[in-house]
Ligand binder design. Sequence first.
Ligand code: HEM
Length: 405
Amino acid sequence: MNQPLVYDPANAAIRANPFPFYEALQEQDPVHWSPAIKSWVITQYDDVRQVVMSPSTMSSDRLRPFYESLKDERRDILSGVMRYLNEWLVFKAPPEHTRLRKMMNGVFSLALVKSREPAIRAAVDHLLASVDPRVEFDFVEKVAVLLPAYVILDMMGLPREDFGTIKKWSDDLRLFIGTSQSDRDKYQKARSGADHMSAYFRDIIAQRRAAPTDDVISAMIAATDASGTLSEDELVAMCMLVLFGGHETTTSLLGSAVTSLLSHPDQLRRLHEEPELIDSAVEEFLRFDGPSNSIARVVAVDHELHGKMLKAGDRVFAMINAANRDPRRFEQPHDLLLDRTPNRHLTFGQGLHFCLGAPLARLETKVCIGTLVARFPAMRQGQGDVKWLDALVMRGPTQLPLVLQ
Ligand code: HEM
């Protein structure tokens, strides 16, 4: 008899290549209870989409129930993290979400994103000029981490030199939000990251109030609606969210776009010969092995799905990367097809929480990967290992040895 399937993201083989396992779940147990993570794991496209975009049955406020269930010292440690995370758009429900999102849509307008293209090109040129194309280097370290960071720091009017410290805080915070499977001190580290980051932004916000500039932080301070402006804690939390959302995920996308091309040399050649495919190629990178491995929700009301009873309070992981390769939705789901249309992947979410930064992430990827392929069509993987993130919610390489020429 076959062993029962158990989804365990700490399993190194699943982390390196989760797709065969996702497919087995879709076929055999599409609403899977994982004892390893004490959560439901949902893998078929239609179910994943439904879970993500149904706030009345599936709540986005997934951290608070966990926090409130804590009885030990972790509750104290995390209070300073929850103070800000409770204000994050992504965990909020209407009507508060509606108010904040409207204000942020005004700040992060399409026109603003478009206006950043020359700066993004300049940053890509600068980063590629910093590596010797004939010598193996780590693409994640030298390009994928720095590009989104520079872009978002520039937009927020923050000095690029501050990146090293901000990155450390952001990594610590990610240990909690990204549900690290192995770091024992993750709560203490997340607290320290939140304390430092919030103090940093309080200071910057005070400076911008005194002397407004044309950056995103000044625009957030100035944003108003019928109910007034953003509160001080909302501003700090929004800065943290934009910075966090603005670089970690895009780093993963840039890295996985390169790994996808390296493992499909025919598609790399094609993109070099037909650069006009870049927009649909970016969508395919997002679908094929995107950064949103899963989106978490908490069951809001008891209901049944594929014969399983989901109880209010249960945790659910809607596996975006599984849905994006569901054969019920995509033809040849495991093939990287750079001209795939339609391509309704779920990588930026769906419904009211649809990613605020999607246009920016798309533009950065288009410019970076477009430039790389135009200049270095013979790029190849180096000798070192490719390593992957230790996280259930996010996916992407953390080390990617590359030789450009
Ligand atoms: C490839 C890069 C990115 C991916 C894959 C990504 C993915 C996502 C996903 C899946 C959600 C929805 C989460 C949910 O439903 O619970 C989301 C929301 C969000 N993202 Fe992104 N994101 C990316 C880049 C960015 C960037 C560059 C920014 C900021 C500049 C950003 C800011 C946000 C914000 C503020 C939200 C919350 C929106 C809301 O709740 O209304 N993201 N993102």
